[in-house]
Design a protein around this ligand. Sequence first.
Ligand SMILES: C[S@@+](CC[C@H](N)C(=O)[O-])C[C@H]1O[C@@H](n2cnc3c(N)ncnc32)[C@H](O)[C@@H]1O
Ligand code: SF4
Length: 277
Amino acid sequence: MHDVLETAIADGRMGDRLWLYATYHCNLACVYCLTESHPRIADRRRLSDEAMVRAAREARELGFTCVGITGGETFMLPSFPETLAEIASILPTVALTNGTLFTDRVLERLERLAGADAALQISLDSDVPDRNDALRGPENFAKVVEAVPKLVARGIRVRIATTVDGQDAAELDGVCVLHRSWGIPDDDHIVRSVVRRGRADVEGMGVVPGEHDILPELTLTADGAFLHPFAPTVRHGVTDLDLLVSRQIAPLEVPAAAFLRIVADQAVGADVVRNIR
Ligand SMILES: C[S@@+](CC[C@H](N)C(=O)[O-])C[C@H]1O[C@@H](n2cnc3c(N)ncnc32)[C@H](O)[C@@H]1O
Ligand code: SF4
């Protein structure tokens, strides 16, 4: 399988990253959230630490070259700093986070990431506190601007992710002024549209992704394996199964084989533009 996977990556049929949905639980309830995450969610759909570490090991064997961990809020998991460090020791890892849970104790536990091949990708939608917080929740802006310099000072690589629904160019430039002031380069600033799935669909927000807009990247959740990280969304409390690849997630070669069969039929080449990441 290693060679087939490497060829599919080289052909642009799939990404080289394995995505893990650590949990659907969250301390925030952003207006556009793909996963309808919120503090009182009934079904947290969490992957155990052991399942995530095992998947990372198997991913390395199969030829994946990096891991992404998302949710829900990754830092809702009590052991996440240690689990992240363990996964990053297996493959380069980026963990997506809302940046609101970095107490001094968590920052101390994250110090082990300095020098590791790991990054924290923190969401920030505006340089105007009220506009950011209207999308993402009260106090979110203040907590992010407090946390980022503390992480950077500890030698932890931070990326910024901006999710766009109506922000104008000046506002997006303002986010760039902020991240540059923290020493975060432009290459580590991701800007993407709200995708009309999950809560964004219920609210009528964002863009409907075209067939080829999103690069297939094998994505594991407690509900099964999916075609890309914008696929395992939740609408009115129910997981969307339109982009399910396999109910089985372990051993990884089972969903990886099903995924490879699907991406073998996907269009690739210079005419295929992937707009959403
Ligand atoms: C679902 S969150 C999970 C990680 C973490 N809780 C956070 O907010 O960064 C991952 C990223 O997806 C973005 N996101 C959430 N809903 C989205 C949507 N409907 N379309 C596009 N991106 C979305 C968030 O802004 C965040 O940057
Ligand atoms: S976007 Fe992230 S922070 Fe916001 S509700 Fe969803 S999981 Fe939580």
